[in-house]
Design a binder for this molecule. Structure first.
Ligand SMILES: *Cc1c(COP(=O)(O)O)cnc(C)c1O
Length: 376
């Protein structure tokens, strides 16, 4: 930890870019033969795209995905190489097409209307513009539906002026390896690709990478697994943990058995107890659904969260830690390699993705890269 940073902070979020890059290399090996891109939308799942993307670039990653145009514009400014590819999943909103060209962003075209708008710009620019085409194979969220795709194939001139980089689709349930929807989507995607001979494909998100070689095509698009989220439900997590979250103790107190705690008095001590109040709350993305369910730890000793989570604080039961160890200013672990994002998510009734993207902006952030720890 960096002292100046930590003295002021109520909580410290440490992001291990070495582990992140190891995760990218593991995914690349797993998808050998395909290009391994990185999905860095939503500020790299809350971990800071301006640090995450350049680190991945240094590890060898050359293709990045964001959701919004604005994310793409910011990402272009922090990547060291103008030739690195930035794909924008939402495609161009009407009127925004020129912004893509200005920042060298490649849109994912999700409808015939987006295809036509992009083609119009290509004609206007008197040239050829790169693009990605998304087809819907079951998600019913973004991409050309069956009818739209059929009419595109029937009118190939619709693609004139577009340099299609690849055709993509997105899996509904890839983390559940036995779900039959995976094979149905694979078959639909293969059928769509067969209509565009020689075209590169991209189907796999993190979990899709682990569905086997058939799902890899020319490019894989992992996001969550880069950040340490387990890609396969019910199996040991092969990814390295990337985040550690430590909250600072503001105050400790002793209470008698029978004392109730926090807003709404939802927890009552069943024994004489010692409590510590920690400077992290739901405003920091420590979800309120973890009230009376969350778990912190101190040097390996579990510390149950007691009572309702407040905006700025949680209360943990430190009775099981020898007295005098946890004092004002000490740090307790709220997320660490043992108590990782998936475990927290399960207790909160959500998924690791939401735990990461909810991480608040009040944490002092430190990044580990190479042998160094740097404050944000
Ligand atoms: C978010 C997203 C991904 C990355 O998915 P993960 O499950 O985080 O690996 C890939 N493709 C698309 C279209 C996405 O929206």
């Amino acid at each position: 930890m960096i002292d100046s940073n930590v003295t002021k902070a109520g909580a410290v979020l440490t992001i291990d870019l070495n582990a992140l890059c190891d995760n990218w290399r593991l995914l690349r090996r797993q998808a050998e033969g395909a290009e391994c891109a990185a999905v860095v939308k939503a500020d790299a799942y809350g971990l800071g795209a301006d640090r995450v993307a350049p680190a991945l670039y240094r590890a060898g990653c050359r293709s990045f995905f964001v959701a919004h145009l604005t994310e793409g514009i910011r990402l272009r400014a922090v990547l060291p190489d103008q030739a690195a590819m930035i794909y924008v999943l939402h495609g161009p909103h009407p009127g925004s097409e020129r912004e893509f060209v200005r920042s060298r962003l490649v849109p994912v075209l999700n409808s015939l209307a987006q295809v036509k708008a992009w083609q119009t710009l290509a004609q206007w620019e008197d040239g050829v513009l790169p693009a990605v085409l998304q087809v819907d194979t079951g998600m019913a969220r973004l991409g050309l539906g069956e009818d739209e795709f059929a009419s595109l194939i029937a009118h190939p001139a619709l693609l004139d002026g577009l340099a299609l980089q690849f055709v993509m689709s997105h899996l509904v349930s890839a983390e559940a390896q036995d779900d039959p929807i995976n094979r149905r989507q694979l078959a639909r995607f293969q059928a769509a690709l067969a209509q565009l001979p020689g075209m590169r494909g991209s189907l796999a998100n993190s979990s899709g990478v682990f569905l086997g070689g058939e799902y890899h095509f020319g490019l894989v698009r992992p996001g969550a697994a880069l950040y340490g989220v387990a890609p396969v439900a019910g199996q040991a997590n092969p990814m390295r943990p990337v985040i550690r979250l430590q909250g600072k103790v503001l105050q400790t107190r002793r209470i008698d058995a029978g004392t109730a705690v926090g807003y709404g008095h939802t927890w009552t001590a069943s024994r004489p107890s010692r409590l510590a109040t920690v400077a992290v709350g739901y405003a920091d993305g420590y979800l309120r659904s973890l009230s009376n369910r969350g778990l912190a730890s101190y040097e390996g000793t579990p510390l149950p969260l007691v009572g309702n989570i407040s905006m700025d604080t949680i209360i943990v039961d430190v009775t099981d830690v020898p007295e005098g160890r946890i004092v004002e200013g000490a740090f307790v672990d709220l997320a660490d390699p043992i108590n990782g994002v998936d475990a927290i998510a399960e207790r909160a009734g959500t998924i690791g993705y939401e735990i990461l993207t909810s991480l608040g902006r009040r944490y002092a952030r430190n990044y580990i890269e190479g042998g160094r720890i740097q404050p944000d």
